[in-house]
Design a protein around this ligand. Structure first.
Ligand SMILES: [Zn+2]
Length: 197
């Protein structure tokens, strides 16, 4: 048996991570081995813990380590505003910008006739429930400027018509752009200049 078999396997797994290729993975693994006590062991322990505990929030779809996430349980975030995003990465991008003080709803994708994704495959029924049960006054649609994103925004707007104020993020979100790729200032500007639908 080769003495580097497990290390090779580790490099191969690391190389599958977004942003890493085989070369970066080799460098990362070598770095971890050299920083065993300071980095490697704590990282490995934490990865094991998170791998076991990570789950989707039953209310909004955010990813955390409890059944209902901190944003959903925080009284302070219950200000009547609900921001609808496609993906958890978009929620994290909005939080990084630090400008939005309400709660979120993660759809888990967009409607797509081509891929046979309908409203029930996304968290749209749950969204409609929450608007009533959490006394939501404004729904902010922060969906990507793709065709599927905009189709989904129109579908949700139709479903909620007359029940709440509906707004969407303003110009600044590039066509086909994802929130996760925007800098914090652009997200802040797009939220502050949001427009009524
Ligand atoms: Zn939540």
């Amino acid at each position: 048996m080769s003495s580097t078999k497990d290390i090779d396997a580790l490099i191969e797994l690391m190389a599958k991570l977004p942003g890493l290729g085989p070369r970066s993975a080799r460098r990362a693994v070598l770095h971890l081995i050299r920083k065993r006590a300071l980095l490697f062991t704590p990282l490995a322990d934490l990865m094991g813990d998170v791998a076991r505990a990570a789950r989707e929030c039953l209310n909004c779809g955010n990813v955390g380590t409890t059944d209902v996430c901190d944003i959903c349980t925080s009284e302070k975030r219950g200000n009547g505003q609900l921001c609808v995003v496609e993906d958890v990465a978009d929620l994290w991008a909005m939080e990084r910008a630090g400008v939005f003080k309400g709660r979120y709803h993660v759809l888990g994708g967009t409607l797509s006739a081509l891929d046979a994704v309908g409203p029930d495959e996304l968290r749209i029924p749950k969204l409609i429930d929450r608007v009533t049960s959490e006394e939501i006054t404004e729904v902010i649609l922060a969906l990507n400027a793709t065709i599927d994103g905009q189709t989904t925004a129109h579908y949700i707007a139709d479903q909620l018509d007359g029940q709440v104020t509906l707004t969407s993020l303003a110009q600044g979100v590039p066509i086909g752009g994802e929130l996760d790729y925007l800098d914090d200032g652009t997200i802040t500007a797009a939220l502050n200049a949001r427009k009524a639908l």
